[in-house]
Ligand binder design. Sequence first.
Ligand code: PA5
Length: 404
Amino acid sequence: MKINIHGFEISEPVLSEANKAYNNLLTGTIPSKMTGWLAPRDNEVVVRCTELGAKFAELSDVVVVVGIGGSYLGAKAVAELLPNNGKLRFAGNTLSGAYYEQLLRELEDKDFSVIVVSKSGGTVEPGVGFRIMEQALIARYGTTGACSRLAAVTSSESSLLGNICSANGYTRLALPENIGGRYSVFSAAGLLPLAAGGIDIASLVNGTTASNANRETIVTYAAARQTLYRAGKKLEVLSAWEPNVRWLGEWYKQLFGESEGKDGRGLFPVSLELTADLHSMGQYMQDGERLMFETMLSFNGSADITVPARRGDDDKLNMLSGVKLDEVNRILKEAVISAHLDGGIPVIELIPGRLTAESAGELMHFMMTSCAVSGLTMGVDPFDQPGVEAYKSKAKALFAHQNI
Ligand code: PA5
């Protein structure tokens, strides 16, 4: 992972605070104990998820992953980022009846399995999704058949979902107590769905070693964000140069938004896909209110496709004939950085190298660690989410008073 800073200088005092915050994170000298994700080298989990995931993939045309927030975004982001078997579908992240009708229609003539991920085991959306998918499994395969096609990843303590698994003989994997949802992609919460999607989860997890060895980049990114926040920036725009990074953007928004947005403070995370969004948000980025800085993410391209030659030059694109698309993309990136700097937007450039399972793992672990360091530097607890709990308890109270 490489980082380049354009258009501003990192404040030395902030850099030193970020270094201290990283030390505190590594040595556990922080109030929170939710750091079980820092060194995810539990080979047993990788082996178990690989085996069970492969079994589900073999049994099924479709594997439905039920979960919301941190309990699905990591798996969804990686499944969009990396080549896979195309069998994963996601549910439990919506209460839309139309969505479930369409999903159930798709399953009518397909074999399927279900993986439910809920740390608390009591969240409404995945709870409803679980009921719908459990019913569909039993209707198709009977109670015994359903048992071999349903697995849950949930906390080891006080999980209603865990109790249901014990009572019905469903396979259950642990989501460790010391790992929060948005930091859970390297636990069974992310690894089991990804293994069912045919993704090389061992390499994904191996990528975390490179991230842990890259202290300087982690601290630089955290300090850069906090320098800009203290200088008055309110938004971080993550712009990525590949369409398959769109869901990583969704994962990033939860990671940083839920970790830092508290006590009336925090950068608001936004994500853009380039070049597509240059034609929707490009105007605001160049000319709108100067609230934001940009973190630009680009993998090194490795595709051979070139711009075709064409007789005549009626489209005035002959200067690109024979040039690799990745090179055109790179030139456009240079142009965008230069234009945005002229427009007063500081840019942080992140370059994870070529896209592989390992570099994807490195990138995600890098972001998780930088996020924790950035939050600690800001003086918030990057591992709690009291604001999310607020709506959950209000919804429970309202449901209890409905006469449905
Ligand atoms: O990151 C988080 O902690 C949240 O987004 C949770 O993952 C989300 O609210 C779902 O909770 P649970 O996994 O308990 O169903």
